[in-house]
Design a protein around this ligand. Structure first.
Ligand SMILES: N[C@@H](CCC(=O)N[C@@H](CS)C(=O)NCC(=O)O)C(=O)O
Length: 211
């Protein structure tokens, strides 16, 4: 098994399980339970120095040597390069994929992630301020996505790693209290992706230990 996949059942973990399944790459899952602090274990920090999932180790990396990769965007690009799938060779098509991948990494992840944080906060004053700030931006990002998808089937034309990256967070729309009925083009895209067998397999991969 060449890819060791270190993850937990979160949006950033699911991006990679979906991509691995869609690409048909063999891999083995190593659950890192971030609720129990396993992301701080010294052996995990050696492959993921920012103590976050996901990370991978390709035991048969370039030149036949093992290679570890952290940061989900970098992992998606690596897997796209290795599989030759969902990562176009044409420079114009590739830059479109990178634009939407960076859009996800820089915005549609950090902002809904803050909504998840503030929603759980008990202090009403902090909660209200944080929720307004991050909910407004999250909804604005859904609006950007909706406009893009009005004219494009997928974010970068053909189905790509950018779609898998964005899907990981769109999957959590109930948690950040976004109704996809307000964004009909995102709804269409979301339903289309969720109907794919590879995506379904990606979401079904156990990323938590039983019990
Ligand atoms: N920019 C990183 C973010 C990864 C991230 O935030 N991972 C979270 C789970 S979704 C995590 O491992 N949190 C544990 C911690 O911060 O200690 C990526 O895209 O890979």
């Amino acid at each position: 098994m060449s890819i060791r996949f270190y993850a937990f059942d979160t949006p950033n973990g699911r991006k990679i399980s979906v991509a691995l399944e869609e690409m048909g790459m063999p891999y083995e899952v190593h659950v890192v339970d971030i609720g129990r602090g396993e992301q701080h274990a010294p052996e995990f920090l050696e492959i993921s120095p920012n103590n976050k999932i996901p990370a991978i180790v390709d035991t048969q990396g370039p030149h036949g040597r093992p290679l570890s990769v952290f940061e989900s965007g970098a992992i998606l690009i690596y897997l796209g390069e290795k599989s030759g799938r969902f990562w176009p060779g044409d420079p114009v098509a590739r830059i479109r994929v990178l634009e939407w991948l960076m859009f996800q990494m820089g915005g549609f992840g950090p902002f809904p992630g803050q909504v998840h944080h503030f929603i759980a906060m008990e202090d009403e004053q902090h909660r209200a301020y944080g929720l307004k700030r991050f909910m407004d931006e999250t909804r604005r990002l859904y609006g950007v996505m909706d406009r893009r998808l009005a004219a494009h089937e997928y974010f970068a034309g053909e189905l790509s790693i950018a779609d898998f990256a964005i899907l990981g967070w769109a999957w959590r729309h109930p948690r950040h209290k976004v109704d996809l009925a307000d964004y009909p083009n995102v709804r269409r895209w979301y339903d289309q992706l969720m109907a794919r067998p590879g995506v379904q397999r990606g979401f079904a991969v156990p990323l938590r230990r039983p019990g």
